[in-house]
Design a protein around this ligand. Structure first.
Ligand code: GDP
Length: 438
């Protein structure tokens, strides 16, 4: 797969639609426009109406947009064709373009990859494009958009800049004599490295909010058999996902539903009835339910208000999780007064309040980042941990050479997040601005 190939792809979803967008990027993009329109390329960044023609004659009529590199999405010459969204049209266009030497269909993500390679985006922005496309909730969209705007890249960029400066000073201390350096150069470098380490640790200590917004908050409903857990899951998801059973303990496996609750993605796991069961299959269901609940970010305990003895014992490792207690079957006579949320899944009474309570709990769990961008992927977390570890070692390194080496490792880890790893090159530019001893 050559980097010099001209790539093309249908950028809109396949299938019938009012409009389909076809993208072409690479050195032959202008040839592609000429081939299909039989005319000269239009002025850049202006939509023009053209007829598209192939070997078999007229294919369709639509808009052509021309972007002259590097002022384009990928940094290369880019052409966009907006045609009618029919399958045969897309196929005919692809067949014409594919016949042109040096042109081939794009690999998944290849347009964005080229944009990164040409310095249009850093890696976190490229990831944000994927997140924007995948965003199902408001919180996911907002977070992806912020990252797409470069918020994470800028944050990591400031840390990199500080560390590069510290590294430059320590390199200077190795290469030059003391008289040639400012008296506190090394002390300043060490302070700066410590400040960055503190900032990284604060950033890491975010209770996984960014990742949870992206992946969805994990909500588990637990309760005794027949409390109405499956009914609740169905009511929340608004579609039939779990089997509502009349007899206790028939919901044996765990079923997951992704939902948008108050703008947050919530992944709901419907668990099997929690009860000591002799039957092997049911016991397995209970075991899985507990495992799920253990991994949950939020626990909803559903109890049967009409049953005097309705209760669950929360396992010890779950006592610190946010727990919502909901009493179901409000339509039946209740033998006792119950505190907490009151619900009838039969009549729907109280369901809105339960949804609002879950959304509020999700908001409380996921918000609080303020204007500080949150890290959104385990990949970022791993690299940041590595950077923090290297800076910890740097703080303990007595010799300047070792200190410098650890800074270098920290810089490399940080650089991996955004895709800038060439420390030496950056160091050269930073170093040039220092006036050593003069
Ligand atoms: P699970 O075992 O906790 O998953 O409970 P299910 O959702 O399977 O419900 C058990 C039984 O309780 C079913 O027969 C439901 O129709 C019934 N049920 C669920 N919610 C209510 C409710 O609010 N009122 C009444 N009267 N029955 C309910």
């Amino acid at each position: 797969m050559g980097r010099d190939d001209t790539i093309f792809a249908l950028a809109s979803a396949a299938g019938r639609a009012g409009v389909a967008v076809f993208k072409v990027s690479g050195p032959k993009a202008s040839d592609c426009v000429k081939l299909l329109t039989k005319r000269e390329i239009p002025p850049p960044q202006r939509a023009v109406l053209r007829q598209f023609r192939g070997t078999g004659g007229l294919i369709d009529e639509g808009l052509v947009l021309w972007f002259q590199g590097p002022a384009s999405l990928t940094g290369e010459d880019v052409a966009e064709f907006q045609v009618h969204g029919g399958r045969a049209i897309a196929e005919a266009l692809a067949a014409e373009l594919g016949a042109l030497p040096g042109c081939r269909p794009a690999e998944p993500g290849e347009f964005t990859r080229r944009a990164v390679e040409h310095g249009k985006f850093d890696l976190t922005q490229a990831e944000a494009i994927a997140d924007l496309v995948a965003a199902e909730t408001e919180a996911q969209r907002r977070q992806a958009l912020r990252q797409y705007g470069g918020a994470l890249g800028r944050l990591y960029g400031t840390w990199r800049a500080d560390l590069l400066k510290a590294l430059a000073w320590s390199e200077a201390a190795i290469d030059f004599s003391d008289e040639e350096l400012p008296a506190d150069a090394i002390a300043e470098a060490r302070r700066s490295a410590e400040t960055v380490r503190g900032a990284i640790n604060t950033h890491l200590d975010d209770a996984r909010r960014g990742e949870l917004v992206r992946e969805g908050l994990f909500l588990t409903v637990i309760g005794p058999p027949n409390a109405g857990k499956s009914s609740l899951v169905n009511a929340l998801a608004g579609r039939d996902v779990a089997i509502i059973a009349e007899s206790a303990g028939t919901t044996r496996d765990v079923i997951e539903v992704r939902m948008d609750l108050g703008g947050y993605a919530v992944v709901l796991a419907d668990t099997a009835g929690l009860r000591a069961a002799g039957e092997a299959v049911e016991a397995e269901g209970v075991r899985r339910a507990l495992a799920r609940a253990e991994a949950a970010d939020l626990v909803l305990v559903l109890l049967d208000g009409s049953d005097r003895n309705s209760s669950v014992n929360l396992p010890e490792n779950m006592v610190n999780k946010p727990v919502l207690t909901v009493w179901n079957k409000a339509d039946l006579p209740w033998p006792l007064r119950r505190g907490g949320l009151k619900l009838s899944l039969k009549t729907g009474e109280g369901l809105e309040a339960v949804i609002a309570a879950i959304a509020a709990a999700a908001k409380e769990r996921l918000e609080g980042g303020g204007d500080v961008p949150l890290l959104t992927r385990p990949r970022h977390r791993r690299a940041l941990r590595e950077a923090a570890t290297a800076l910890e070692r740097a703080a303990e390194a007595q010799q300047t050479e070792l200190f410098a080496e650890d800074l270098r490792l920290a810089l490399r880890s940080l650089g991996r997040i955004t895709g800038q790893v060439d420390v030496e090159e950056l160091l050269d530019t930073v170093f040039r601005d220092f006036c050593i001893g003069k």
